[in-house]
Design a protein around this ligand. Structure first.
Ligand SMILES: Cc1cc2nc3c(=O)[nH]c(=O)nc-3n(C[C@H](O)[C@H](O)[C@H](O)COP(=O)(O)OP(=O)(O)OC[C@H]3O[C@@H](n4cnc5c(N)ncnc54)[C@H](O)[C@@H]3O)c2cc1C
Length: 458
């Protein structure tokens, strides 16, 4: 496989992406981690930091960063897939706020490690601007700020922008206002995950690549080459989780797709803005996200690719010409300065993981020694760091502020069996698209998206 072709980011790393050695045969470890994305590697990083004597083995079916971690939008944000009100309803206001603050702290923590380990990943803490380009979107921008205020968050966390302020940050077409939060950094995702893999190796962790795990059970991870026995086994497989026996209905893989433009000339950037490399989005229902890359491209993505029956994942599923065309069209609508033929040079995608209740979780079952983290939806760049720190505490039996957070040991219900899962997820995706189209036509908020949220229960 040519790993460079998996994303613009993986084509733009200063290394050949040659796989590390595979597992040669049976082995013993203190902790075995399945998956070398951010979740697996952050867990290894903090475990090795806390206890350098631990024998930690990471098993990866392809190479470090093969999954979403090497392909994402590069927003290291404080976003968490469960909203503050939903967290407060389930766990109380204080614990919901603690979760929010922990996420904000996480952005700073990733920045700290990036600097400390010398990971060259274009880290730029420029915040996020979310634009409002219709009356309905403006309503949602105001509601987001009001909600933040109700939870005691200030202008320092999320501020409402008028049309001029929003345009000054990101001069998209027809901007009526928006919001800005400083709690986000733009990052080159593949350089982050590849640099992290080297950092954990420097701390004595062993990573075996091209080593697919065929079963995870108490005390062992099984591969065709041999069995790694360890009292703790961590599943860090996110969008690929459904391929493990017994996990088919745990996490649904939903594909997010991206495009990148060629490097844009300075005069184009002078008209678009994003001078601080703010990550950007707008208040439509079907998520879109973008960043100005360090080499002057627009990297831009969105959902909308279909969910595949049986939670299947396959390389071809991240190439949907219809979605790439839509992304290109939306990019041209946002920034007419790009011209009628938006100069896209790269198109790719990858699977992210969605739990049935849309709740990310991290946990360790003490009896079996099985740990897990994931269900981050589109917010895993930051959240996986918090997961790694939390798993390190849980595995060492250390009680901490992190292990008291409300997502710890949360058990999401399983997804419905097929064909219900397929019908529900794809109907939901269609509902979101039609809600956005209806809003554009009528310029009024659509009730269809709220119905979708209820359908998913988040
Ligand atoms: C296109 C796209 C854009 C995104 N944009 C953003 C964003 O801007 N901000 C944000 O916060 N989040 C974003 N996300 C989500 C984010 O990338 C993920 O939540 C995060 O990378 C998950 O990390 P992970 O380590 O849990 O999973 P992954 O990175 O998917 O890693 C899982 C690893 O496990 C390996 N694996 C799977 N099965 C096995 C097995 N049986 N044996 C051995 N190894 C196995 C895989 O090969 C893979 O390397 C995006 C996702 C996508 C796809």
């Amino acid at each position: 496989m040519r790993y460079q072709e998996l994303s613009y980011w993986l084509s733009n790393v200063d290394e050949p992406l040659s796989p590390r050695p595979a597992l040669p045969g049976d082995a013993d470890a203190d902790v075995v981690i399945v998956g070398a994305g951010y979740t697996g590697l952050w867990t290894a990083y903090y475990l090795a930091e806390a206890d350098p004597t631990l024998r930690i083995t990471v098993l990866e079916k392809e190479i470090a960063g093969y999954g979403a971690s090497g392909r994402n939008g590069g927003w290291c944000s404080a976003l968490f897939p469960t909203s503050l009100p939903a967290l407060a309803r389930r766990h109380g206001r204080d614990r919901a706020l603690a979760m929010q603050r922990a996420m904000q702290e996480t952005v700073r923590e990733v920045g700290r490690v990036v600097a400390a380990e010398g990971i060259d990943c274009d880290w730029q803490p420029g915040g996020t601007v979310v634009l409002a380009r219709t009356e309905a979107q403006l309503g949602r921008a105001r509601a987001a700020v009001e909600e933040a205020r109700e939870y005691g968050l200030s202008d320092e966390d999320l501020v409402l922008l008028d049309a001029a302020e929003a345009t000054a940050r990101c001069a998209a077409d027809g901007v009526r206002g928006g919001t800005y939060t400083p709690h986000c950094a733009a990052v080159h995702p593949a350089r982050l995950v590849r640099g992290l893999a080297r950092a954990v190796e420097r701390r004595g962790v062993t990573i075996f690549e091209r080593t697919p795990v065929t079963a995870v059970r108490s005390g062992a991870a099984v591969t065709p080459a041999g069995v790694v026995r360890a009292p703790v086994v961590v599943r860090a497989t996110e969008g690929f989780t459904s391929t493990l026996p017994g996990q088919r209905r745990a996490v649904a893989p939903v594909y997010s797709l991206m495009v990148a433009t060629e490097p844009l000339p300075e005069e184009t950037w002078a008209r678009i803005g994003l001078a601080e490399r703010e990550t950007f989005s707008d208040y439509r229902h079907v998520i879109i996200y973008g960043q100005r890359t360090a080499d002057g491209r627009l990297a831009f993505g969105g959902r909308g690719a279909p969910y595949h029956f049986g939670s299947r994942t396959a390389p071809g599923y991240d190439r949907e010409p219809r979605v790439f065309a839509a992304l290109r069209r939306v990019l041209g609508e946002l920034f007419p300065v790009l011209g009628p033929d938006v100069p896209v040079t790269h198109s790719w995608g990858g699977p992210l993981g969605v739990a049935r209740d849309w709740a990310a979780s991290v946990g360790l079952d003490r009896a079996s020694g099985l740990g897990w983290a994931g269900g981050y939806v589109g917010d895993g760049v930051g959240t996986s760091n918090l997961a790694g720190r939390t798993l390190a505490d849980l595995i060492r039996g250390a009680e901490s502020e992190l292990t008291a957070l409300p997502w710890v040991n949360h058990r999401s219900p399983r997804w419905e069996p097929e064909p219900l899962r397929w019908l529900a997820v794809n109907a939901g995706l269609r509902l979101m698209f039609s809600a956005d189209e209806a809003e554009l036509r009528s310029n009024r908020p659509s009730r269809r998206a709220a119905a979708f949220s209820r359908l998913l229960g988040h």
